[in-house]
Design a protein. Structure first.
Length: 202
């Protein structure tokens, strides 16, 4: 009988080095067991993709490197040249469409929730001065509040299963480096229990 696979979740405050540790960990695990031995994922990966598109549209930023700085790097806390207003119809439609697609991807019932999200954006017209504030709103007010507390967890594990199906092999280690919410910790434990993994939360 083979060894049970692991789901490893790394938590901690912003700037604690979670991404660096997870990258080094996955590289070491792959060195020992091959390229398919470990897979690194983020719960917030689809959220950051949406944020990058919003920033690209709103600020007319075309450089991938500059977008990475806004979402992942040193510009995340910096005040933007002007506020981003998700109440603009074009942006509200874009955000609603993206969340509808993610809901379908994770088998969530999306239609009523998508309509509620669009109505919320148009009514509140939320405006953001920094990339971090934008991403926090997308994660909580758009994602968890409109589609349920487990929304990002469900999306992440559906994407994991799709990766496994495409590759035809399940990695021995699955590493998340952005575990911040109780729903994410519970999601890891529950998925591990139901799918034959051990879980390790650090």
């Amino acid at each position: 009988m083979g060894l049970m696979p692991y789901i490893i979740g790394l938590g901690g405050r912003a700037g604690a080095g979670k991404s660096y540790v997870s990258k080094e960990l996955v590289e070491q695990l792959r060195s020992a067991g091959g390229n398919t031995a470990a897979l690194r994922m983020k719960f917030v990966a689809p959220l950051k993709t949406i944020a990058k598109t919003i920033l690209s549209i709103s600020l007319d930023v075309k450089s991938v490197e500059e977008l990475d700085r806004y979402v992942e790097g040193d510009l995340k806390e910096e005040r933007l040249p002007y506020n981003i207003n998700l109440g603009k119809e074009s942006l509200a439609c874009f955000v609603t469409d993206e969340f509808s697609r993610l809901a379908q991807e994770s088998d969530e019932e999306e239609s009523p929730r998508s309509l509620r999200l669009y109505a919320k954006l148009m009514a509140q017209k939320p405006s953001f001065a920094t990339p971090r504030a934008l991403m926090q709103y997308l994660g909580t007010e758009c994602g968890r509040d409109c589609f349920g507390p487990d929304f990002w967890v469900d999306v992440a594990f559906k994407r994991y299963e799709a990766k496994v199906e495409r590759r035809g092999v399940r990695p021995r280690y699955l590493v998340f480096d952005d575990v911040r919410f109780a729903s994410e910790r519970h999601g890891i434990r529950n998925y591990a229990r139901d799918h034959g993994f051990k879980s390790l939360l650090v």
